[in-house]
Design a protein around this ligand. Structure first.
Ligand SMILES: [Zn+2]
Length: 328
């Protein structure tokens, strides 16, 4: 750079600075600074966007970190670790996030799955705070609609003290999930690892068994929200399509967990999938459809704000996060 060029640039930046100092925008920020409050926390974990006339708010309920070991049944650990490292994820501290959606459509407000409330590990249970920050009143929820009965999805329906988190909400659940998890004979025969889910299903639903609405097959559960059976992860696992005008979003529940493992490699079998073959077939069917339709997908265990897309890529799918938008 010549001296002349440097002098010209310095002069330009000096005049730019002078211009900024005179601007009323900057003047607002030059007064006394407010005292620092708690800087150890992120901004509230909610993210809002529109699907046609429907308004979706994704709420983050926290995370649990675990090791990659044992997470994929049919692939050797080094290959799993390589897949994670190549996506810049530490295989020894793989964070599994929990995100559920609040859907406002047709003048009603619905919660799709419910997180942990105060029943989970210390790094979970953030959804109540995030819901408040998003300006949503739990008493204004018209219905809770459930994808499946795993604890991270239903525990938040009822707090530890037994009270219902969404006091005025109807509860809608897949009939096939109810039939499986509320079956006492099946519970008696279940392996120890599944006992927790059987017990929690009773904790949440038994006191309101008569009021729980059960749906089956592909059908509109409430106006604007269509249930699509997506079994494999659990026997009666269901996903939901929110449709408004020509716009749609797929709320996939646990069709896959971590996208860099199981979307990119749909043939990898998660240790959380109860019927791994069926879960793989479901993944391929669901993602083939979403890829053709270029449909956005909300994944319960996708990284916040948990909205992404899939595209066909060889024998698997390429995963892309949706762009974070600063306007709704
Ligand atoms: Zn889950």
């Amino acid at each position: 750079m010549s001296d002349t060029t440097r002098r010209t640039m310095l002069a330009a930046s000096a005049s730019l600075g002078a211009g900024l100092a005179a601007s009323p925008l900057l003047a607002q920020t030059t007064g006394p600074r407010p005292a620092m409050t708690d800087t150890s926390r992120q901004a509230p974990g909610f993210y809002r966007f529109k699907v046609g006339e429907a308004e979706i708010t994704v709420l983050n309920d926290g995370f649990v970190a675990r090791r990659a070991e044992g997470m994929v049944r049919n692939v050797a650990l080094p290959e799993v670790e390589t897949a994670l490292r190549s996506s810049f994820i530490d295989p020894n501290a793989l964070e599994n996030p929990y995100n559920f959606a609040v859907v406002r459509t047709g003048g009603k407000t619905y919660v799709i799955d419910a997180g942990f409330a105060d029943n989970g590990p210390a790094t979970t249970g953030q959804a109540a705070v995030n819901m408040r920050a998003a300006g949503i009143d739990p008493d204004a929820i018209d219905a809770v609609i459930v994808s499946h009965f795993h604890p991270d999805h239903i525990n938040g329906i009822r707090r530890k003290d037994g009270t219902l988190t969404y006091g005025k909400a109807e509860i809608h659940v897949p009939e096939a999930e109810w039939a499986f998890w509320m079956d006492d004979a099946r519970m008696a025969q279940a392996p120890q690892a599944q006992r927790n889910a059987f017990n929690l299903s009773r904790r949440v639903f038994a006191p309101i068994a008569g009021q729980v609405r059960r749906f089956s097959g592909e059908r509109e559960v409430v106006p604007g929200i269509i249930a699509v059976p997506t079994p494999g992860h659990t026997p009666g696992h269901v996903s939901f399509i929110v449709a408004s005008g020509s716009a749609k979003v797929l709320i996939q529940g646990d069709v896959s967990g971590n996208p860099w493992l199981f979307v990119q490699n749909p043939g990898w079998h998660s240790s959380f999938d109860m019927d791994a073959q069926m879960a793989e077939a479901t993944r391929r069917r669901v993602y083939d459809m979403a890829a053709v339709e270029r449909m956005p997908i909300i994944g319960y265990h996708f990284p916040f704000p948990a909205v992404g897309y899939v595209a066909k890529d060889g024998n698997g799918y390429r995963f892309g996060l949706a762009q974070w938008r600063s306007v709704v």
